[in-house]
Design a protein around this ligand. Structure first.
Ligand code: ASP
Length: 308
């Protein structure tokens, strides 16, 4: 059996901002990503390959706040965070505050596979990218008119704007994927541009193993999206795994407690996707919506934006 779930962030457009055309664009971007990654799982490829492929395609879409669609920092740049983890040996790789990288998720995988480290950040990470011929793109590739306006608005207000803040007219989301492959292995991957107008050097939950991303073959694979500072304080992804491992909760029960109780109790908004070793999928969020899709070998097929 195999299962896969993907998300495009919990900072969706509100229902009254959503048009049929926009909805179609988001759903087809999700479909493109899940089609390609499902194919890999069908062929017997690893969960790690599937989550990397799914996230790469979402990073290449301008619709989501990751890779090409990354938001502007306070200094008018794009700084991206990403991480990936596999559940069999609990190997993980991550990058933080990298810029000009076309697919930060693939760079995170290279950190996992080609170094003895888990997380590379800033100039050291950029040096690694140059030495290893990681694909780069120019500033123009990351430029987006709407994202620019979002940033200008946040600068004017002197605020740090989350995707999830209902200030702006258009909101975009972090991206992620979780999968179980035919060999019984789990993997998770998450990638983001962070928050509009964030301080230069700010790192969110996305590249932090155990907060934004986690995978353990004993329990589950988790990818998060939301206000990173709260996700770090609540150690969200690992908390779901702990509730399953130490309290024998189901994936759904564990996700619901973390998203609707523990996170909310400290004021954190967002959501997560998870898959367990039996292939069960969970997609919990405490925001108005979360761009999401799921599939498994038993015929499950789900695409959604809001709580339906
Ligand atoms: N979690 C991301 C961060 O705080 C933002 C998001 O999910 O949209 O960087």
């Amino acid at each position: 059996m195999y299962s896969i779930a993907i998300h495009g962030g919990a900072g969706t457009l509100t229902r009254n901002q959503m048009t049929a055309e926009r909805e179609q664009a988001y759903l087809s971007a999700l479909k493109h990503s899940i089609d390609a990654s499902t194919l890999l799982l069908m062929e017997g490829k690893s969960a790690l390959d599937a989550v990397e492929a799914a996230v790469r395609l979402l990073e290449d879409s301008p619709l989501f706040n990751a890779g090409k669609g990354s938001v502007f920092t306070h200094t008018g740049k794009h700084e991206m965070d990403a991480s990936i983890m596999e559940g069999a040996h609990k190997r993980a790789g991550a990058v933080a505050t990298v810029y000009g990288i076309k697919n930060p998720i693939s760079m995170a995988r290279r950190v996992m596979e080609e170094t003895e480290h888990v997380l590379l950040s800033g100039e050291g990470a950029m040096q690694f990218a140059i030495e290893n011929n990681i694909a780069m793109e120019s500033e123009e590739y990351f430029y987006d008119e709407l994202r620019y306006k979002q940033w200008q608005e946040a600068v004017k207000k002197g605020s740090m704007q989350l995707d999830h803040t209902p200030l702006d007219e258009k909101k975009f989301g972090t991206v992620g994927a979780v999968a179980l492959d035919r060999h019984g292995n789990l993997a998770a991957a998450t990638s983001t541009g962070g928050m509009t107008n964030k301080r230069f050097g700010r790192v969110g939950d996305t590249p932090i193993i155990g907060s934004g991303t986690y995978a353990n073959n004993k329990t589950c694979a988790i990818s998060c999206t939301g206000s990173g500072e709260f996700f770090m304080r609540a150690v969200v992804a690992y908390d779901v795994s702990c509730l399953m491992e130490y309290k024998s909760l189901s994936l759904q029960e564990a996700c619901d407690i973390v998203v609707h109780d523990r996170l909310l109790s400290i004021g954190g908004d967002g959501g997560l996707i998870g898959v367990d070793v039996l292939g069960n999928i969970c997609m919990s969020f405490n925001t108005e919506g979360m761009y999401r899709a799921a599939r498994n070998s038993e015929g499950l097929e789900s695409f959604a934006i809001y709580k339906d």
